[in-house]
Ligand binder design. Structure first.
Ligand SMILES: Nc1ncnc2c1ncn2[C@@H]1O[C@H](COP(=O)(O)OP(=O)(O)O)[C@@H](O)[C@H]1O
Ligand SMILES: [Mg+2]
Length: 236
């Protein structure tokens, strides 16, 4: 097996005096979607934030494209090509769709090419390019949040709970969009909705109480319904 694009090894993170991550291991192979699973409060968001240097890990390693980036400042990690779509869609509601994309530009002069690529990927956004983002539906705002993270030509995208609060038909659009974009980059996806996760994830890791309790191929996980029930409370 080739080495993964992202490798998280025995990560420990404190928030204040609380020992939140107590040994997180995640392998994210290049060119596929890996889903990070676990109940509410298991440490999924904290793991993404620790990868990005938004929390400083106390122990363990984060290796991206063969380089140890543990403890690097967030802007330096972002510059390597790591994008982040946080929970709750941080978009600017009073700016138009296109303006939201434009302010995410990192390298000057590249905007039109990236915008055209993203409008191809998300045709709804092309149609609504000149609308204030605040007037978009929840699903369209989520697409915009993802598109914003893709204005720079990132190699890895960390996406936190994109389906949260979306109606089923919009979740279908979202699944299509994430599938389409995963053809050209690697995705680490936090997804509470197991029925979404199982359709997108090629690999998975399950967290419980800040620790990785299982990881591997989604097809192997699906063959173990008892495990899914024990850690995720879902019957498949
Ligand atoms: N900013 C914070 N301050 C204090 N505790 C936090 C903070 N963020 C997360 N936690 C705690 O860390 C644990 C893991 O949270 P989180 O990573 O958000 O879980 P998940 O994303 O899996 O639901 C929870 O017990 C949560 O209360
Ligand atoms: Mg979370």
């Amino acid at each position: 097996m080739t080495s993964p694009l992202l490798q998280v090894e025995d990560l420990h993170t404190y928030i204040g005096s609380q020992h939140i991550l107590q040994g997180v291991d995640v392998e994210v192979p290049a060119g596929t979607v890996t889903v990070l699973l676990g109940r509410n409060g298991a440490g999924k968001t904290t793991t993404l934030r620790s990868i990005l240097g938004l929390w400083k890990p106390a122990r363990g390693r984060v290796v991206f494209a063969g380089q140890d980036i543990t403890g690097w400042p967030t802007h330096a990690i972002a510059r390597l090509g790591v994008g982040y779509v946080p929970e709750h869609r941080a978009i600017f509601r009073s700016l138009t769709v296109e303006e939201n994309l434009r302010i995410a530009e990192r390298r000057k002069g590249d905007f039109q090419r990236r915008r055209d690529f993203l409008f191809d990927l998300f045709p709804d956004l092309a149609r609504l390019a000149h609308w204030p983002a605040g007037q978009l539906s929840g699903g369209q705002q989520q697409m915009l949040a993802i598109a914003r993270a893709l204005v720079p030509e990132n190699r890895l995208l960390l996406i936190d709970e994109p389906s949260e609060g979306l109606a089923p038909v919009l979740i279908e659009h979202l699944i299509e969009a994430i599938r389409a974009l995963s053809a050209s980059l690697t995705v680490l996806l936090v997804e509470q909705n197991f029925h979404v996760a199982r359709r997108l994830g090629v690999h998975y890791a399950i967290l419980e109480h800040g620790r990785t309790v299982h990881q591997g191929r989604m097809s192997d996980l699906l063959a173990q319904p008892d495990l899914i029930h024990r850690y995720l409370g879902v019957t498949v």
